[in-house]
Design a binder for this molecule. Sequence first.
Ligand code: HXC
Length: 273
Amino acid sequence: MKIADVLARDLFRGKTAFITGGGSGINLGIARNFAALGANITICSRDLGKLDRAAVELRALGAQVLTVSADVRDAKAVAAALETSQAQFGPADVVISGAAGNFICEAEKLSPNGFKTVIDIDLLGSFNVSRCALDQLKATRGSLIFISAGLAWLPYSHQTHAAAAKAGIDALMKNLALEWGRYGIRANSIAPGYIGETEGTDRLAQGPVLDAVLQTTPLARLGTTDDIGHAAVFLASPIATFITGSVVVVDGGHYLEGPALLNAAQRKLSAQA
Ligand code: HXC
């Protein structure tokens, strides 16, 4: 199923989506869905080569695409990326803060700098992107979308750093929804489950851990990047204009079972390593 077979192909014609981490994985899936519905796309990440490869795919969908290199930990670089995007496409209508870092490491082995690195990319990065995009979003009465995860509210073993970061992102999202509603800006999070063919799932769920994910997902499959793209399109669309401050869970129902089985599998794997 292609999104343009279901929704109007020009739903986002003349609108601009600015997407951090948009060179791969979930965020590229989001970019692809906005591109297929007519949006101009700015994708931003540290790796310009990756962005340029992604841009080829997005342009094939008919979108105008800009690639800009910035590390979301660097507010000046983020501000410059947003300015470049505005110069090309006008103020952003949709800003997606998706850049993230994660790895499997028990808290007792994690260095303070390892913890800080993930907090800086995920949480400080999300603040930088939203704060630097504020004027553009005021101009468009636009939509902010953050990428959270189930570990924001339940502990997934060996991911203290990402859990703290994602919980912080949801708190940030709710506060911005509260404070910026008066500008007509909406803020929401998407909490993806395990998504196939992404660096995140490759890093976090291998072998028995992946088996545990599937056993505890009522819909019995991994998600796709399009599953997340569809949720983002909905949240940014004119049929979601009274939705703000929400966490939209897109995980095939995995959160209903929780991570107990997966945690046991991860502990066993780490004990064997
Ligand atoms: C323990 C680690 C580590 C590991 C890095 N560190 N990898 N510690 N186990 N596997 C520590 C380093 O030792 C160092 O601390 C500190 O982290 C910074 O490491 P750098 O390599 O210098 O950082 P940097 O180059 O900025 O890279 C950031 C990164 C990297 C997060 C470490 O993995 C990255 O760039 N990731 C981006 C892509 C990614 O992770 N995608 C998956 C996202 S999945 P010391 O003390 O030695 O200086 C996701 C989903 C979440 O977010 C939820 C899913 C359910």
